[in-house]
Write a protein that binds this ligand. Structure first.
Ligand code: DP6
Length: 361
């Protein structure tokens, strides 16, 4: 697939107005996307578990304008309140995707969005938010061009979501989603995410992720600034190669259910992501003292309990605690007893692997 194949031929049907709703999940990267080229092309391939509970629901109401507008015509609201602050980001997104969705200037849009997780919890809403919006837009395109296949619909939704936020490309379809060209993964693409095509052992099904809300404050580094730090970073090339290698190693790990080596890669990826931030110019430390307390507690508990609990991190202080479903009772007790005290207001969210976005009627 090339970018050009996502440019539609003239639409055959006229749709004066309509409304569509999608619920789209967040995802947690196991091999991290950190660093990008022009047009949201990732500097290295990544892979993530799709989450189930942390999600955005977006309703897009659209009505045809009398004539095409020069500026995009839209309003946005979050949890029922007008949200002017979201407009620049959506405007940039519309500009980036206009070539692929030429109907964008023909309609007025009301975008109503709400998140299942607390706003400003430090949980990135860009993956779920941008994928939900991309899916709503694809739903409109499908009504203008009903012949489109499901496969194309999902691919283009991921392609568009990527142009909004890279990680959003991994929030459309599947429980384990890979994005970015990798020599060992057939069908992998820099343009959109794909369902991981290789064998996955049942131990990774229903895998659990409890998100510990360590710091709910404003992000110190926006992801745009963060990715930029990889330009001219002294360890960038090494890091990008490492991501390729880790994806190669994961193939046999996923197939055989080798959780021990899964943990070694996932935790190393998380720490590498933060190491990249600590060794860039300017440099940042996004972990908080409690992030480190939690990591040490997890290591000690894993050793003493012989469970397979591990952690990963986003570009922030919150900790994602990952564990297999058959250890759920024991690990969740440990989280409540030993980790909750390191969270702001003892807040955490139990989540698990989901199957991707869905349309809500
Ligand atoms: C650390 O997808 O938020 O979560 O493309 O600039 O919107 P933009 O970046 P974004 O970056 C996510 C970075 C990460 C790792 C990951 O999810 O792979």
């Amino acid at each position: 697939m090339t970018e050009k194949e996502f440019i539609p031929s003239p639409y055959k049907i006229d749709v004066p107005s309509g409304k569509t709703t999608y619920k789209s999940p967040s995802n947690i990267a196991l091999v991290k996307y950190w660093g990008k080229k022009a047009n949201q092309i990732p500097a290295n391939p990544s892979i993530s578990f799709t989450l189930n509970e942390c999600a955005t629901v977006t309703t897009l109401t659209y009505s045809k304008l009398e004539k095409e507008s020069k500026a995009f015509s839209f309003e946005v609201s979050l949890e029922g309140k007008k949200e002017e602050g979201f407009k620049p980001k959506i405007n940039t997104f519309f500009k980036r995707v206009y070539e692929y969705l030429p109907f964008l200037r023909e309609y007025h849009f009301e975008i109503e969005t709400s998140n299942s997780f607390p706003h400003s919890s430090g949980i990135a809403s860009s993956a779920s938010g941008m994928s939900a919006l991309a899916l709503c837009l694809m739903d409109i395109e499908k009504s203008l061009n009903p012949d489109m296949t499901v496969e194309f619909f999902n691919q283009k939704a991921s392609f568009l979501a990527r142009l909004g936020s890279g990680s959003a490309a991994r929030s459309i379809k599947g429980s384990l989603v890979q994005w970015g060209e990798h020599a060992g993964i057939k069908g992998s693409s820099n343009l959109f995410g794909i369902e991981y095509p290789h064998k996955v052992h049942p131990v990774f099904q229903n895998y659990c992720d409890t998100i510990l809300l360590v710091d709910k404050g404003q992000k110190q580094v926006s992801s745009t600034v963060g990715h930029d730090l990889m330009h001219g970073h002294p360890f960038a090339q090494q890091r990008f190669s490492q991501a390729h290698e880790n994806l190669s190693k994961l193939e046999s790990i996923f197939a055989s259910g080798d959780i021990k080596n899964f943990i070694a890669i996932v935790e190393s990826e998380a720490l590498t992501l933060h190491a990249m931030m600590m060794t860039s110019q300017p440099y940042f430390i996004l972990m908080k003292p409690n992030t480190l307390e939690i990591i040490n507690k997890i290591w000690a508990f894993r050793e003493s309990s012989k469970t397979h609990v591990c952690f990963t991190l986003d570009a922030g202080a919150n900790v994602h605690v990952l564990y297999p479903e058959n250890e759920k009772a024991q690990v969740q007790q440990f989280i409540k007893d030993d980790l909750a005290s390191f969270c702001q207001n003892r807040q955490f969210i139990h989540d698990f692997i989901g199957n991707g976005a869905r349309k809500i009627n």
